[in-house]
Design a protein around this ligand. Structure first.
Ligand code: SF4
Ligand code: SF4
Length: 216
C-alpha cells in the first residue's frame, strides 16, 4: 500500500490561496486505509475549506485515482462541478495527483505527502517495506527486504556495525535486518542461499527516466 500523510492545513491553504472554487477528489483505496483521503476525510476537508471562505463545488472519492480508467469513470458524473472549480484538491498519493493532472487538465493541489510503500499493522502504524527497486530479491533474503530496511542497503550482511543483533545506525535501537534475515532463513532451512554471495545491485534497473512497464 502507498502510505500517505495529510499536509498541514496552513500549507494546503497557502497553495489554494489564489483559488476560491475548489473541487475535492479523494482516494477509495490506499488513502482511505490510511485515513488521509477517504470519504470521511474528504467531508472534513470540505467543511474546513468552507470555514476558510472557499466554495466547494463538489467532491468525489474515486476508487483508485491513480488508475486513469477509474478516474474517468468516477468523475464522469461530476463533470459540471469540476468544470466550475478553479482548482482540484487531490487527497491521494503523488501518482493519483499526477493522473488527475493529466486526465482532468485542471490545476491540482496535492493535499497529502506520499511517504512510502508499506505494510499496515493498524491505522497509524505503517512500516516501509519496498523501494520499488525493479529487481526483487526477497526469495534470497527470506522475504525481508535489505534494500529498504538496511540503512546502508547492504546486499550481504551483517556489516561490521552490527552489535548484539542491533544496527549501529540510529544508536543500536533497531534490529539489524541482516540478523533478521539470517534467523528467518535458518527457520526456513535456506542458510545455503543466505551464505551465497549476493551480487551488487544493478542500479540501472532503477532507471534514469521515470520507469514504465508495458505489457503487450
Ligand atoms: S528487493 Fe525490496 S525494494 Fe526491491 S522490489 Fe523487492 S521488496 Fe521492493
Ligand atoms: S548493522 Fe545490519 S541493518 Fe545496520 S547497516 Fe549494518 S547490515 Fe545494515
Amino acid at each position: 500500500m502507498i502510505i500517505t500523510e495529510q499536509k498541514p492545513l496552513e500549507e494546503i491553504l497557502e497553495m489554494l490561496k489564489p483559488f476560491k472554487r475548489i473541487f475535492i477528489i479523494g482516494c477509495g483505496t490506499c488513502a482511505t486505509t490510511c485515513q488521509t483521503g477517504g470519504e470521511e476525510q474528504v467531508k472534513e476537508m470540505a467543511e474546513k475549506l468552507k470555514r476558510e471562505g472557499k466554495v466547494v463545488t463538489g467532491t468525489v472519492v474515486v476508487e483508485s485515482p491513480c488508475d486513469a480508467r477509474l478516474l474517468r469513470r468516477d468523475t464522469r458524473k461530476a463533470k459540471v462541478e469540476i468544470r466550475d472549480a478553479e482548482a482540484i484538491l487531490c487527497m491521494a498519493c503523488g501518482a493519483g495527483v499526477q493522473t488527475v493532472v493529466e486526465h482532468l487538465e485542471k490545476i491540482t493541489v496535492p493535499c497529502l505527502d506520499t511517504k512510502f510503500i508499506g505494510e499496515t499493522e493498524r491505522i497509524g502504524r505503517f512500516y516501509e517495506r519496498c523501494r520499488a527497486c525493479g529487481e526483487c530479491i526477497l526469495f534470497e533474503t527470506g522475504g525481508i527486504c535489505p534494500v529498504t530496511r538496511c540503512p546502508k542497503g547492504m546486499m550481504n550482511g551483517p556489516c561490521g556495525g552490527m552489535y548484539d543483533g542491533k544496527c549501529e545506525v540510529g544508536g543500536y535501537t533497531r534490529d539489524c535486518v541482516w540478523v533478521l534475515i539470517y534467523k528467518r532463513m535458518k527457520e526456513l532451512g535456506m542458510l545455503d542461499i543466505y551464505k551465497s554471495l549476493k551480487s551488487p545491485r544493478d542500479y540501472t534497473k532503477l532507471g534514469i527516466q521515470p520507469r514504465e512497464v508495458i505489457w503487450v
